[in-house]
Design a protein around this ligand. Structure first.
Ligand code: KG4
Ligand code: ZN
Length: 367
């Protein structure tokens, strides 16, 4: 079990929200105040549980969440030096994610909110990732384009304001994180693959192997990564069959990573241009990737775009982003009922889903 605390603050401004995140393989609790200051953030990773299987095993994830969540919450409360009466709400990831894993967080969140007389707020996991941009840069402007790149999602949004998102494009097959994980698996780098591939790629040459840039020539803002995965598979197979000396594993990793990064950034900056905005947020686990961060920073500087990427600890799953997302909803008076249920395939409603003539400000709702 590993614990991390990004920061704490003396003068806490309400509402003070306890966030819980158990949608996949991290058990996380965090406490964030109304100024989006992280008072405590505690995280237990399950890599030791799933590593031997090469991927997340849903039943084992749920069981480990059950065993760990109480200690994680207690540790967060201890680090923030708070009692239950100091809190205003409990925010919990309702979905999407693994059903059994989500159920643990939702059930636990309901129980403590009810017992402590606190408001319960359900948060969409992507809304949490999106909120992590403002956790990093409280003055980050809207409208802006947001790229969410994680293990399950590769989505481009136009954020009209924080909490109101219009879907611009999305992956038609695999997510960018999946492309990293599967690529790492093919290269024998184990689990979790993304960070391992990132580390190996630092020693390689990105131009060594020319992998395809899927969907780049098409004018749209959607992504596709399954063809790139297949290209790596064929490249490795052909190396074996022809006994041709393969490029070093580090070169292959760097070249494969470069193809993913190229596509992500080309589309993200294309969305910025088309939306006539000057700000771009990149969030989600893949935004911890060192090459993506460096290339995005250089490109933003060259084009005069204001860029925000959360600090790496807030890129991958964490509970501070869940509490941060709930903060706005608390202030606008929203609350969820005790009949709240986890939703493994909960869609984040997009502002484009509604009739613009009605000028509805759409927020992720639990209905
Ligand atoms: O946001 P996240 O923690 O969980 C989901 O919501 O899916 O994202 C996890 C994904 C995994 O696919 C993981 O391999 C990838 O983010 N990831 C990375 C890096 N760190 C995490 N991919 C590339 N480079 C990294 N440094
Ligand atoms: Zn996530």
């Amino acid at each position: 079990m590993t614990f991390s605390t990004p920061g704490s603050c003396q003068d806490r401004i309400g509402p003070i929200i306890l966030g819980l995140e158990t949608s996949c393989d991290e058990t996380a609790a965090a406490i964030v105040d109304g100024r989006q200051t992280v008072l405590a953030s505690v995280l237990a990773s399950q890599h030791d549980v799933h590593g031997p299987y090469g991927g997340v095993v849903p039943e084992l994830a749920a069981r480990r969440h059950t065993e760990t969540i109480e200690a994680i919450v207690q540790e967060a409360m201890r680090r923030a030096n708070l009692t239950w009466s100091d809190l205003h709400a409990v925010a919990v990831t309702r979905g999407p994610g693994l059903a059994g894993a989500l159920l643990v967080g939702v059930s636990y969140g309901k129980a403590i909110a009810y017992a402590a007389g606190l408001r319960l707020i359900a948060v969409h996991h992507l809304e949490g990732h999106l909120a992590s941009a403002w956790l990093e840069d409280k003055a980050f402007p809207t409208p802006c384009v947001m790229l969410v790149v994680s293990g399950g999602h590769t989505h481009l949004y136009l954020a009209h304001e924080e909490g109101t998102y219009e879907l611009l494009g999305r992956t038609l097959d695999d997510a960018a994180g999946e492309a990293f994980d599967k690529g790492a698996q093919m290269l024998g780098l184990g689990f979790p693959g993304g960070p391992a591939l990132d580390r190996l790629a630092r020693e390689g040459t990105p131009e060594a192997v020319r992998f395809p840039r899927p969907y780049l020539k098409r004018g749209g803002l959607d992504f596709s990564f399954s063809g790139l995965k297949t290209a790596l598979l064929y490249y490795l197979r052909d190396c074996d069959q022809s006994h041709r000396k393969p490029a070093l594993a580090a070169d292959i990793a760097a070249s494969y990573q470069e193809a993913i990064v190229d596509v992500l950034l080309e589309k993200a900056f294309r969305a910025v241009r088309r939306s006539h905005v000057k700000a771009l947020g990149i969030v989600g686990g893949v935004s911890a990737n060192s090459r993506l961060r460096a290339a995005a920073t250089a490109r933003a500087r060259a084009t005069g775009v204001r860029l925000v990427m959360p600090s790496p600890v807030h890129c991958t799953d964490n509970a501070a982003m869940i509490a941060a997302a709930a903060c706005r909803r608390y202030v606008s008076g929203q609350a969820d009922g005790w009949d709240l249920e986890a939703s493994a395939s909960w869609d984040l409603p997009s502002a484009s889903d509604v009739d613009p003539a009605q000028a509805v400000v759409l927020r992720a709702s639990t209905t």
